[in-house]
Every structure is written in structure tokens, then in C-alpha cells.
Design a protein around this ligand. Structure first.
Ligand SMILES: [Zn+2]
Length: 91
């Protein structure tokens, strides 16, 4: 376990934080006797400390230079991979 001192924690707290919330839907497919959940829709919302208005709980602009577009919609069976690519390639 990493031992952080209080100064390091204060420095980390001052960095811009990005929050990404998402929900995922899936279809239930039956293969023989087994049932599989196949993800087919994932919608995410992304905000950061710079563009999020804590008084109105809304994003102040649709596209932020730090966290990008507010709402992203990923569809079809590649939605989980596409969402992962979005997260890992943008942040
Ligand atoms: Zn932002």
C-alpha cells in the first residue's frame, strides 16, 4: 500500500477531476439452454470541475476543452469496447 503524506494528498485534490457516469442496456439471448446478456446500448455523461456548475448541477458548455462532449451514445454489440476506447483514448 502506498503511503501518501498530507501535502501529496492536497496536491492531488487540486487537480481537475473528471466524472463519467454511464448506463448500459443489454438484450437477453438464448443459446441452447444458456442465456447470455448481449450489451447493445451504452450512454455516458462526462463532466469535469472546470465545466460543471455545482449550483445548477449542469454542464456549462456542451463541449469542454478538458472533458469533451457531455453525452455520448454507443450502440450495437461493440458498445462496451467503443466506450472503453473513448475512456482510454480521451482521458
Ligand atoms: Zn469539462
Amino acid at each position: 500500500m502506498k503511503n501518501n503524506n498530507i501535502n501529496d494528498l492536497h496536491k492531488e485534490d487540486k487537480k481537475v477531476k473528471i466524472i463519467c457516469a454511464f448506463d448500459i442496456e443489454s438484450a437477453l439471448l438464448k443459446k441452447g439452454e444458456e442465456k447470455h446478456h448481449l450489451p447493445n446500448l451504452l450512454i455516458s455523461y462526462t463532466v469535469c470541475d472546470v465545466c460543471f456548475n455545482y449550483d445548477t448541477f449542469s454542464k456549462s458548455s456542451d463541449i469542454c476543452h478538458i472533458c469533451g462532449v457531455y453525452k455520448n451514445i454507443f450502440t450495437i454489440s461493440s458498445c462496451v469496447k467503443d466506450f472503453g476506447d473513448y475512456i482510454y483514448m480521451n482521458f
